[in-house]
Design a protein around this ligand. Structure first.
Ligand code: GAP
Length: 447
């Protein structure tokens, strides 16, 4: 039977507290009272985000021959967004409450709290006075050039995908590609979400990882199924529990304006099942729109065929992925009568792979050996050296940032050249030769 409740110790509040305490994520503009649903990433957050992006690039670009990279501009010619349909249709229905003056998404009232009676949803309390729903466009506007006016209006992109479609011709003519092939891009997107919240889950500024895979029209359904499976396996390979992941097919009205079929890969966050990644069959909607609006032929011309490709699009944000990995990895336990919080992140995702700890921070011989090992390790992986505080405290700190391995230099190291290798998850400690320790961990990481 399908789970209805998150299995594990994580709550959004605990994850947010750990992220702040351990330099993953800070509330943005904090000293000015913050800014709704904006966050800044601290040292470990940057490393974790980078690892997620690297794993995405590795599976889509490095390990394949049929996907190429792109990094398009954030502010595009505004005609792009007219042609794509975003100016007219990228909107959410919103209602205002005349009593509490709050604004809600009309289609998500069950996820919101009444401003006067938090135990009720908007519209349920006797004092609620909701307006009729109005459409609210989610794109942030800006102006290009010195004069602000209708003629200079531009938008911060709400998805990276359009930058890919408008470069279709450039890529076809400059790279050796032919359908089926993909163009992958990671970059910031911006949406003026009406009801953001739940920490990183819904932000106004977030990085997307999107790939547009161009295929012969007759093969679109087959490639759609293929990419749903590929992307599902990516999440599972990097550690999400199978019981926390499911596929949900979009029905009728729920489909976006460009989509002929979409399946969401959903994750059971502590707030319930939610979209982690969308895998859409966009048909030839976007290329046809840009052909019509720009007058440019965006098609594949082969020896014997000529057609406008159909597009399969896996699209996910870095933050939704990071939040799912954090929720799945977060654990609390009691070890030797002491509570321990640990992030059981996949080693490839962990911000720091190995910590080098001299057992006695003031022992010059231990420090010398530990520093040498640390210097060697950090040539090939992200490593930390720490000689402050008691060893138990140092282990706990590494557990909380998800470091899979700790190498401890002690008396015995000085005598026989071995070190202790501590495993974050099992807490087992094995004695291994100092010589070759860095290679051993590198091999484990790439296994
Ligand atoms: N190009 C298609 C597209 O943008 P989407 O379903 O609107 O489709 C794709 O967004 C993915 O981007 C979602 O599956 C989710 O992972 C992420 N995403 C969307 N809105 C977000 C937000 N406000 N905050 C964080 N991530 C978001």
């Amino acid at each position: 039977m399908e789970l209805q409740q998150f299995e594990g110790a994580a709550t959004i509040e605990k994850i947010a507290a750990l992220c702040r305490r351990r330099a993953f994520v800070y509330p943005s503009s904090d000293i000015y009272g913050g800014l709704g649903s904006s966050f800044d990433f601290g040292h470990y957050g940057v490393l974790l985000n980078d690892n997620v992006k690297n794993e995405w690039r590795r599976s889509l670009i490095q390990e394949r021959e049929d996907v190429v990279a792109l990094d398009s501009a954030i502010i595009l010619n505004p005609q792009v967004w007219v042609a794509s349909g975003h100016v007219n249709t990228f909107s959410d229905p919103l209602v205002d409450c005349r009593t509490c003056k709050l604004r809600f998404r009309a289609d998500k009232l069950e996820d919101a709290q009444c401003g006067r009676r938090s135990s009720k949803h908007p519209g349920e309390f006797s004092e609620c006075d909701l307006t009729e729903p109005r459409q609210f466009n989610l794109m942030f506007e800006t102006h290009v050039g010195p004069v602000a006016g209708d003629a200079s209006r531009a938008y911060l992109r709400p998805e990276t995908a359009q930058g890919i479609f408008i470069n279709f011709k450039n890529v076809i003519s400059s790279m050796r590609v032919k359908p089926p092939f993909g163009i992958a891009q990671i970059g910031k997107s911006f949406r003026n979400e009406i009801t953001p919240g739940n920490f990183l889950f819904r932000m106004r500024e977030f990085e997307q990882m999107e790939m547009e895979f161009f295929v012969p029209p007759a093969e679109a359904a087959e490639w759609h199924a293929y990419w749903i499976e590929q992307r599902l396996n990516w999440h599972l390979r990097l550690g999400l529990r199978p019981s926390h992941v499911r596929i949900r097919v979009h029905e009728g009205e729920e489909l976006s304006h460009y989509s002929t079929a979409t399946s969401d890969i959903e994750y059971l966050y502590p707030i319930g099942w939610q979209e982690l990644e969308g895998v859409a069959n966009r048909g030839d909607y976007d290329l046809q729109q840009h052909i019509e609006a720009s007058g440019t032929k965006l098609e594949w011309v082969g020896q014997e065929e000529r057609y406008v490709p159909h597009v399969i699009e896996p699209a996910i944000s870095v933050v939704r992925s990071v939040l799912a990995f954090l929720c799945d990895a977060y654990d609390e336990e009691v070890v030797a009568d002491r509570p321990r919080t640990v992030l059981r992140l996949h080693p490839r995702l962990a911000p720091v792979k190995a910590a080098v700890l001299p057992l006695i921070g003031k022992d010059a011989a231990m420090v010398e050996k530990a520093r040498a090992l640390y210097e060697e390790l950090r040539r090939s992986m992200s490593a930390e050296y720490d000689d402050a505080a008691a060893i138990g405290k140092r282990y706990r700190r590494q557990d909380e940032i998800g470091t899979p391995w700790a190498l401890t230099i002690d008396e015995q190291t000085l005598a026989d050249g071995t070190v202790t290798l501590r495993d974050r998850d099992t807490l087992e400690q094995e004695r291994i030769p100092l010589e070759g320790a860095a290679r051993l961990l590198s091999d484990r990481l790439t296994a």
